[in-house]
Design a binder for this molecule. Structure first.
Ligand SMILES: Nc1ncnc2[nH]cnc12
Ligand SMILES: [Zn+2]
Length: 329
């Protein structure tokens, strides 16, 4: 790509709406934190760890992702991870980020949930002061765990809400999709809705289009994370277009997890052309080979996107921010 085109994309004001903060842990930071915390890793060095990043599907990635997150133990660790991510995206023209985190991954290892919130929020507040990047948190439930475990996590987190009223705005649902339909979390989402959180959920990444309909109908989400398999149901596509339900699509993730075999086959442009509010996101940039700008570049090249498409994608990302941010701007 020409330097001018890259500058054009970098300078578009962009929001990142689908990133797992644990998925921003770069191998060198994993090793540094492991050393600091006395955690032994089953890899000799950074290169050996990076060499293990060969995924065949979502689960093969999740196994490594949860293992990598095991180096996170203290408030400072969560701060360092989040600060590293913000430092990186500040160079890419990202003006706003809505970050998912998985407290259950940490509390089950004995890490206090208060330390998870404190470290991430401290970095987000500093990131706003330093670079003007606005941000918020989406606390996500692991869908391979039970409904009860999600309720327990919510109960543990709620006493912290007042301290993080400026950042904790959303609820999400992630981890292994197959066999864990949205309906499993219908009651938890109903409670979160009563509590006034913005609701999102992963659906239609590896799971069927039915899971996207389920997330809309049973969970009342305002955005769909991924959603690329919606294309298999034309009535659903029409509904997503008519209601302008944003899809937070993650192209490099889809390629690395073999949701698509070749970026040239990605349906992002087809969905965009059908009037859907498609956005571009990085998902787990440390594992999938690129941050937000890299994702824009990868699809621009593979799908031959023109400037109008790129402006539309960036604008969609700003329009699809949580309503409180849209109304402020
Ligand atoms: N792409 C993804 N899908 C589901 N859960 C995830 N957790 C982190 N990345 C994920
Ligand atoms: Zn994701």
């Amino acid at each position: 790509m020409s330097p001018d085109r890259l500058t054009f994309i970098r300078q578009l004001p962009k929001a990142e709406l689908h990133v797992h903060i644990e998925g921003t842990l770069e191998p060198d930071l994993i090793f540094r934190l492991a050393q600091r915390n006395g955690v032994t890793l089953p890899y000799a060095d950074v290169d050996a760890l990076r060499a293990a990043y060969q995924f065949t599907n979502l689960q093969s990635f999740l196994d490594l992702y949860y293992a990598g997150a095991a180096v996170l133990l203290t408030e400072q660790d969560f701060y360092d991870m989040t600060m590293a991510y913000l430092t990186r995206i500040a160079q890419d023209g990202v003006v706003h980020t809505e970050i998912m985190f998985d407290p259950q991954t940490h509390t089950e290892r004995g890490v206090p949930i208060a330390d998870v919130f404190a470290g991430i929020a401290r970095a987000l507040r500093e990131g706003k002061a330093k670079w003007g990047i606005t941000s918020c948190l989406i606390m996500s439930f692991l869908r391979h765990l039970s409904e009860q475990a999600a309720f327990d996590t919510l109960d543990e987190a709620l006493p912290l809400r007042a301290d993080y009223a400026d950042v904790w705005l959303g609820i999400g649902l992630d981890s292994g999709e197959q066999g864990n339909p949205p309906e499993k979390f219908e009651r938890v989402y109903a409670r979160c809705r009563e509590l006034g959180f913005y609701l999102v959920a992963h659906a239609g990444e590896e799971g069927p289009a039915d899971y996207v309909s389920g997330a809309l109908d049973k969970l009342n989400v305002i955005r769909i994370d991924h959603g690329v398999r919606s294309e298999e149901d034309p009535a659903l596509v029409a509904r997503l277009a008519a209601r302008r339900i944003p899809l937070t699509v993650c192209p490099l993730s889809n390629l690395k997890l073999k949701v698509v075999n070749d970026m040239r086959e990605h349906n992002l442009k087809r969905l965009l052309d059908q009037g859907l509010c498609v956005t571009i996101n990085s998902d787990d940039p440390a594992y999938f080979g690129g941050y937000l700008l890299d994702n824009y570049v990868a699809v621009a090249q593979a799908l031959d996107l023109d400037d109008e498409d790129l402006v539309k994608l960036a604008r969609n990302s700003m329009d699809a921010r949580f309503p409180v941010f849209v109304s402020q701007s």
